[in-house]
Write a protein that binds this ligand. Structure first.
Ligand code: CA
Length: 260
């Protein structure tokens, strides 16, 4: 049983439901025991109480029956795969952040992973630093959302709200102080992607990969021109604070506090 893997020997059963203050509850769904042990080792440092499910069925049952602050979900699981688990968790109305792990670096998997409701992905082999940084970002966002404070007032499926900026997902419409921004479809995709990952910096290559997907033409100027149009529509460059910040030598970052 992977559940009883003795990496942290003192974990009392009661601690699973009532973690110490400041500790998060993380569910790892991973069938490879050595990878699962490594994940437990790194994620415990967040700090977090880590539970491990060795297959998709067990993972899904745990995800639906217990409260977690983060689910780390392997894409390649025997029988019930990661995408199905992710879809089922979202279908049950669970908004817990989900980080997908993928051994494939194919863009299609990433796009599919995000389409079924995953919040982020990490490709194997992962670095401990990247894994922990991404996990922390997801936990922080979820904590702010749960507490009803912070820039993200709403993280529902239907709408994202950042102060005066509202993204109505059902109608694919972005408004700023009630005024329709009249975004083109790709500008909408880009803004939604940024809004779903507040504070995270993305390179132009990452944006092409994750917003344009596998059909993109691979040119950085495609990203630049869309960002410029989006900034103009958001009224940036005038007196309004910027939502989209340039991270020099890296790419772009969405600042959700711009509207606060
Ligand atoms: Ca696997």
């Amino acid at each position: 049983m992977l559940d009883s893997l003795p990496v942290r020997p003192a974990a009392a059963p009661a601690a699973e439901r009532q973690p110490p203050f400041g500790s998060s509850r993380v569910l790892v769904i991973e069938d490879e025991a050595d990878v699962a042990a490594l994940l437990r080792l790194h994620l415990s440092e967040l700090p977090a109480e880590v539970r491990i499910a060795g297959n998709g069925e067990h993972g899904l049952a745990l995800a639906l029956s217990a409260e977690f602050d983060l689910i780390v979900l392997d894409l390649r699981l025997p029988r019930l795969g990661g995408l199905e688990v992710c879809r089922e968790v979202r279908a049950a109305g669970r908004t817990v952040p989900i980080m997908m792990l993928t051994a494939r670096c194919g863009e299609l998997d990433r796009v599919h992973g995000l389409d079924v409701g995953a919040d982020d992905y990490v490709a194997k082999p992962f670095s401990a630093l990247e894994l922990k940084a991404r996990a922390r970002a997801l936990l922080r966002r979820a904590a702010l959302s749960k507490a009803g404070r912070g820039p993200v007032a709403s993280l529902s499926k239907e709408a994202l709200q950042f102060g005066a900026l509202r993204l109505d997902r059902a109608r694919h419409k972005a408004t700023l102080a009630g005024a329709d921004l009249a975004l083109a479809p790709r500008e909408w995709d880009l803004l939604c992607f940024f809004a779903e990952h507040p504070g995270q910096a993305f390179s132009r290559a990452e944006l092409l990969d994750r917003v344009w997907g596998y059909g993109h033409d691979g040119y950085n100027h495609t990203v630049n021109s869309h960002i410029n149009r989006l900034r103009t529509k958001l009224g940036e460059g005038s007196s309004r604070p910027s939502f989209i910040h340039t991270v020099w030598g890296m790419g772009y970052r969405f600042d959700a506090t711009a509207a606060a």
